[in-house]
Design a protein around this ligand. Structure first.
Ligand code: MG
Length: 320
């Protein structure tokens, strides 16, 4: 949906900030608790148990466009944050949302966006307890959401050991052809992992395996990948048309898969696979092993040849 309108009577400018905030509260519906736990005071009063906090944004022209339903954009903003909480083995708790809207933004677009946000918040048991609306210059629409969460035993990056087995929770690549809007944050999987002592590290894949795995490994380790075991998404298979090089590139370089990548101690890897299978009805994808890094050598290796895999994921702000 085109978020802008030439008809002032249908735009956010027709009602102004104060009335818009009231509408937003209405559209967000039951995920907004009453004051003082929700909107209405200078701050929201929250329970003291949250031990996770994360923040992610959605920008028009970058993460969604005019062909995207505003409901899906709203859902995506919440789900991106939920995915980060899931990666730490947590459950979502409270969110604040800041919106940057030009005066020509249509009310119908903001309504759809809020309803999508609300739908996702209800599904993942997050409460929207406050936020901010600021005026921006067209065509800059953006929203930033900050989400807290609770994890009994947070999973971290950089805590794997050489010899650990590397897994991913689902197929990868070509999210731009569909699942960047419809993905499911792996909350149950993250919780499941966080209670198992054999799980040594975890993260969610937002920028592609090629960029994300080095940060899962930390500076002293590298990931040795079994290329044949890397799981392509249906979109990747359709796009690559049987070209193995294209499949590999999509799997390693495409962002926004929002699957989990995690490591498990080698002794426990087989029994872990069974218990994951019992819990989720399908095995996880075992894609390689964690090895010691050779000095400041490559952090992504082909297990079959021992050679570096020269693929990088998506890095923001990098032009060359
Ligand atoms: Mg993340």
């Amino acid at each position: 949906m085109n978020p802008f309108t030439d008809n002032t009577a249908e735009s956010v400018a027709s009602i102004g900030e104060t009335a818009l905030i009231e509408r937003v509260r209405e559209w967000l519906g039951p995920c907004v608790p009453p004051s003082p736990e929700g909107m209405g005071d200078d701050c929201a009063v929250t329970e003291p148990k949250a031990n996770l906090i994360t923040c992610d944004s959605l920008i028009y022209g970058k993460h969604f466009d005019k062909d995207c339903l505003p409901e899906l954009a709203g859902e995506k903003l919440l789900k991106r944050n939920v995915s980060d909480i899931a990666a730490m083995g947590g459950l979502p708790a409270n969110a604040v949302v800041a919106m940057f809207l030009p005066a020509t933004t249509s009310l119908a677009w903001v309504e759809g966006f809020c309803k999508g946000l609300s739908r996702a918040a209800e599904r993942f048991s997050a409460r929207i307890v406050g936020g901010d609306i600021a005026e921006s210059e067209a065509p800059f629409i953006a929203a930033t959401l900050t989400l807290t969460g609770r994890a009994r035993k947070p999973l971290l990056r950089g805590t794997a050991k050489a010899g650990d087995v590397l897994f991913v929770s689902g197929p990868l690549g070509c999210s731009i052809d569909g699942h960047h809007l419809t993905f499911e944050p792996r909350v149950e999987q993250g919780m499941f992992l966080s209670f198992l002592p054999e799980v040594s590290s975890c993260m969610d894949l937002s920028d592609g395996l090629g960029k994300d795995l080095p940060s899962l490994c930390g500076a002293k380790l590298a990931a040795s990948l079994n290329i044949d075991e890397l799981p392509p998404s249906a979109e990747t298979l359709a796009n690559a048309d049987g070209d193995p090089e294209a499949i590999l590139r999509h799997i390693l370089c495409d962002g926004e898969d929002y699957e989990l990548a995690f490591t498990v101690s080698a002794e426990a890897a087989d029994s872990f696979e069974e218990s994951w299978n019992d819990r989720f009805g399908a095995p996880p994808f075992r894609i390689g092993t964690i090895v010691a890094r050779d000095g400041d050598g490559p952090q992504l290796l082909d297990a079959a040849t021992g050679k570096a895999l020269e693929y990088k994921g998506y890095e923001h702000l990098r032009q060359a």
